[in-house]
Design a protein around this ligand. Structure first.
Ligand code: FES
Length: 376
């Protein structure tokens, strides 16, 4: 691992480790250093539960989606038994990628030589193969661990023993009346951004922007757990500014929930927003040096999605989500450009935290807890 000494020099991170009032941000090299990035892939993403979407996005046996992750392309596939599984999107014969995009299939057939996989990942046909000792049962797709929380799907390579249900226990209580598990996904876009994945996370929890960015108001810390942090913005309960066509409030939502918005960072790389009528999330996955791929998804109560005028009512939400993403992309790419510039070297760019940047500080330390293991 080539890290120019960054990982093996814990003193570079002493100030990040300090209490918020005395702390400094991550050194600029953390956003550009190849060794640091390699450690993130193996010690953070492969070793975490990564949110990759909603269970209801692939409701029918045979539904599949190929997704980008930090550890390569992953195939999500709903089996005949109704179970949504995750596999490495790689043929077991010579490694050809099996699927692109999303769709529905009776089986997954490799275009190269026709190896065929059932909806449970088992190899069902290997044309022309009669090798001595060949056992099809040994060549099923490589399965990855999965877990669920509130209708969201998580995957990993060697994820923690503590599943999201346990890790987010207190967050489940905070957001209980939002009934996230009973929502349906109504919007999903993906795009590649020219910035390190951490900038997408920091951007999502940077309450310090409030007051300088349009349409933001002060938030306060609502809940902290070992794998998440959540803020609440009181008095800002709606996803849209006053709009006669706004979706109805979430059925059964608590009185405080109707008057507030919640923003939670689900480590490592998902930001979840919950308002009185919907929820949306942004997940980032590394995609090479100085780049990541983000997925923006949104969901609403099933009862809202079945209203006759739903398409007309959801249209302004979609425009808002997409416009906000575009505005954030511009900011994140400028940050990456600055971090890669001549003024960001050494300890540059690791400036102090505002009190309102508590989740940025928390995220930096959560990350270092994992990246630095065994490096010093
Ligand atoms: S690489 Fe897939 S069948 Fe040969």
């Amino acid at each position: 691992m080539t890290d120019g000494g960054l990982l093996s020099d814990p003193e570079r991170f002493t100030q990040v480790r300090s209490p918020l009032g005395r702390a400094r941000g991550l050194p600029a090299e953390c956003y550009t250093d190849p060794g640091f990035r390699a450690a993130e892939l193996s010690r953070v993403f492969a070793a975490s539960w990564n949110l990759v979407g909603r269970l209801d996005e692939l409701p029918t046996p045979g539904d599949y989606r190929a997704i980008h992750t930090a550890f390569g392309s992953v195939l999500l596939l709903r089996g005949e038994d109704g179970v949504l599984r995750a596999f490495a999107n790689t043929c077991r014969h010579r490694g050809t990628r099996l699927a692109e995009g999303a769709g529905n299939a009776a089986a997954l057939v490799c275009l190269r030589h026709g190896w065929t996989y059932g909806l449970d990942g088992r190899l069902t046909a290997a044309p022309g193969i009669a090798a001595h000792g060949f056992t099809p049962g040994d060549y099923g797709l490589t399965a990855l661990p999965t877990a669920h929380w509130q209708g969201f799907l998580f995957i990993g390579i060697e994820p923690p023993a503590e599943d999201p249900e346990t890790a987010f226990h207190d967050l489940s209580a905070l957001l209980g009346s939002h009934r996230l598990g009973q929502m349906v996904c109504v919007h999903r876009v993906e795009r590649r951004i020219a910035c390190d994945w951490k900038l997408a996370v920091e951007n999502g929890v940077e309450e310090y922007r409030a007051g300088t960015a349009p349409n933001t108001t002060r938030a306060r810390l609502a809940s902290l757990g070992p794998a998440y942090g959540a803020m609440v913005q009181d008095g800002v309960g709606a996803a849209l500014a006053e709009d006669a066509m706004a979706l109805p409030p979430i059925p059964g939502l608590s009185a405080p929930g109707r008057r507030a918005s919640y923003v939670a960072a689900l480590f490592p790389s998902t930001i979840l927003h919950c308002t009185r009528d919907c929820a949306w999330w942004l997940s980032a996955q590394p995609d090479g040096p100085g780049a990541c791929r983000v997925t923006l998804g949104a969901c609403v109560p099933a009862s809202s999605a079945t209203e006759a005028d739903f398409e007309a009512r959801i249209a302004p939400y979609r425009r808002r989500w997409d416009a906000a993403l575009e505005a954030d992309v511009a900011i994140m790419e400028k940050r990456q450009a600055g971090l890669s510039g001549c003024g960001a070297g050494g300890s540059g760019a690791g400036g102090p935290f505002a009190p309102s940047e508590i989740l940025v500080h928390r995220f930096a330390n959560w990350l270092l807890d994992r990246v630095l293991v065994g490096s010093a």
